[in-house]
Design a protein around this ligand. Structure first.
Ligand code: FAD
Ligand code: SF4
Length: 314
């Protein structure tokens, strides 16, 4: 078992007391800890202070918005979102996406906010410190070369949050909060082109809630992973039908999800295939993962055009 490095823990019960230290050097937000704590055990992050959001009840609320949409607090657990009757009825692809994250136990701890703010992942990076040292680290941690693109200057670690593709197709917005006030950001604006950069919010901001517009969008979520029981996706796909046409968001292939829109739904699989460029950030071949983009989008389109629609897992 890998030990955690030492750190101080702050767990305020008022939002103002969370915002006060946020942005100070060495302080990092802790939600469910299901990604952050394993990453700390791997010595990928060494925060001096963890600032827990777990004692602020308002952050876990799920409530309707005035226009008929839904406001999901960042600390709502994936299991809570998956089981929420309003989510299942109005935004079923989000419920399905929560159900494909890891295991039910992890879903009971992991939050929607933590999922959206997840660090990018790579075969050469998400490894214990000794493993990384044996290859001299990489551009994202402790090294000077990218093992995926040795002649490049960028990092191609993949955005791999299960909920992001369907949230993007539901046109979700993020409510961000700092001592300076609150602002909204379209989820599609969150992601950087370089896998080292992390989510594009300010250091003193936190994600307070995910805002879903009123229901009505017909969206389907699909995930390809090595084992059905627990693994991160090697490919994440969400597809939305819009009249005769449609859109797809493809993820887990690079630092930012790829969006595609076509006038005829029948053209979506080919367009998604053309737009996707998986690199060797995963132990599965990039060629096969690109091939699977076309297959998975075609499967999603087929499901969307049959009378039986996205059914959330129970
Ligand atoms: C075995 C295993 C398998 C997993 N499989 C998957 C998978 O298949 N798909 C998947 O998507 N995830 C997977 N995960 C990762 C994780 O469980 C989920 O992504 C979960 O939703 C993360 O939420 P959390 O609350 O635990 O986040 P944390 O680990 O607490 O935080 C994650 C990151 O988000 C930041 N953060 C958290 N909350 C906020 C906030 N409100 N505002 C700003 N920043 C914030 C933290 O500082 C940290 O950088 C897996 C984890 C494990 C251990
Ligand atoms: S893509 Fe390159 S720089 Fe980024 S984590 Fe992987 S090996 Fe490191």
């Amino acid at each position: 078992m890998l030990p955690l490095p030492s750190f101080s823990l702050l767990a305020p019960d008022r939002l103002d007391d969370v915002l006060a230290p946020l942005g100070q050097p060495g302080v990092r937000l802790l939600a469910g800890g299901t990604d952050l704590l394993p990453s700390m055990k791997h010595r990928l992050f060494k925060p001096a202070t963890l600032l827990s959001l777990s004692r602020v009840p308002e952050l876990a609320r799920i409530e309707p918005t005035e226009d008929g949409g839904l406001r999901i607090g960042a600390m709502a657990t994936l299991l809570g979102v998956r089981q929420d009757a309003r989510v299942r009825a109005g935004w079923p692809a989000l419920a399905s996406a929560c159900a494909t994250v890891a295991t039910r136990t992890i879903q009971a701890m992991g939050t929607l906010g933590g999922n959206v703010m997840l660090d990018t992942r790579c075969l050469y990076y998400n490894q214990p410190a000794g493993w990384r040292a044996s290859i001299g680290g990489c551009l994202k941690a402790e090294g000077s070369v990218c093992h995926v693109a040795p002649r490049g200057t960028g990092c191609y670690a993949a955005q791999s949050s299960d909920t992001v593709p369907s949230l993007m197709l539901y046109e979700a917005e993020l409510e961000l909060l700092s001592r300076r006030g609150s602002r909204r950001l379209a989820l599609s604006e969150l992601f950087s082109a370089d896998g080292r950069d992390g989510p594009r919010i300010e250091r003193d901001e936190l994600l307070r809630a995910v805002i879903l517009p009123p229901p009505g969008a017909v969206v389907l979520h699909r995930k390809v992973r090595p084992r059905g029981a627990i693994d991160y996706g090697m490919l994440l796909v969400a597809v939305r039908r819009q009249g005769d046409g449609g859109s797809a968001v493809i993820s887990a292939l690079g630092p930012a999800p790829v969006s595609v829109r076509v006038e005829q739904l029948g053209d979506l699989a080919q367009a998604a295939w053309k737009a996707s460029n998986p690199l060797s950030t995963h132990s599965w071949s990039s060629t096969w993962r690109k091939h699977m983009v076309r297959i998975e989008v075609a499967r999603a389109v087929a499901e969307l055009t049959t009378p039986r629609l996205a059914i959330a897992h129970g």
